[in-house]
Write a protein that binds this ligand. Structure first.
Ligand SMILES: [Zn+2]
Length: 236
């Protein structure tokens, strides 16, 4: 069996989503990439999480050709692959229909950076894509979902850095999250759901809330990220 460590990491990321209550039945999937070979390990389609074994994960190349595995890959494979191609710094992708993040996606609203919990993980609002057109949905829908995400990150004068904003809401659908590793992607998905829940309460309690000030956003984000970070322990 190839890429056993990657398979285990992807399995663990899938199970973490279940443990944290982000997954209903089989709605969700995690994947990871080995950048050296360009192979991606992803959850098989429709297999209950409690039965998943490392060997059940499907290995594909970046074009979606199955390299190893007897089961069909997740139906969201083409979105994952496009994100790996467009964002070379990421190593794991997670998709869930977690309740609060999905509510924002369905409302077509980005999640504003209302406080420091958000700022610790997301440097600015969690963006929402444009709605897919009828042609995009009727055509290669799963690939077009990825294209909508990539377009959203490239839009405007200041393109978003996918590592500074490691999540997106697909309008009318649900979130996709990512990270440097599959574990990191799952962690970001769990935090996104908590942030989305808090943001829902915040906007309900104070509809006029405009969010955290730039200096507080900077203070919190850069405390945990970048060259000057001071959070946690030095790595030897
Ligand atoms: Zn979905």
């Amino acid at each position: 069996m190839r890429l056993e460590a990657l398979r285990s990491a992807v399995l663990e990321a899938n199970l973490e989503l279940v443990r944290r209550g982000l997954i209903l039945y089989t709605f969700g999937n995690a994947s990871g990439i080995d950048r050296e070979s360009g192979f991606v390990a992803i959850k098989p389609s429709g297999v209950p999480y409690e039965k998943l074994q490392p060997r059940d994960l499907v290995l594909t190349d970046l074009d979606g050709t199955v390299v190893e595995g007897a089961l069909r890959p997740s139906s969201d494979l083409a979105t994952h692959l496009l994100l790996y191609r467009a964002f070379p710094a990421i190593g794991g992708v997670v998709h869930t229909h977690s309740e609060y993040a999905t509510a924002w996606a369905q409302a077509g609203r980005e999640i504003p950076a209302y406080g420091t919990t958000h700022a610790d993980y997301f440097y600015g609002p969690v963006p929402v894509t444009e709605e897919l057109t009828a042609d995009e949905v009727g055509g290669d829908y799963v690939l077009n979902t990825g294209q909508a995400i990539v377009r959203r990150f490239a839009q405007g004068n200041a393109p978003l850095d996918p590592l500074a904003v490691p999540a997106v809401l697909v309008a009318g659908h649900a979130p996709f999250c990512w990270g440097v590793t599959p574990a990191d992607a799952a962690h970001n998905a769990v935090v996104l759901e908590a942030v989305a829940r808090m943001a829902y309460y915040t906007s309900t309690l104070n509809a006029a809330c405009t969010g955290v000030a730039q200096h507080l956003l900077d203070r919190h984000y850069f405390r945990k990220h970048g060259a000057g970070k001071t959070y946690g322990q030095e790595k030897n």
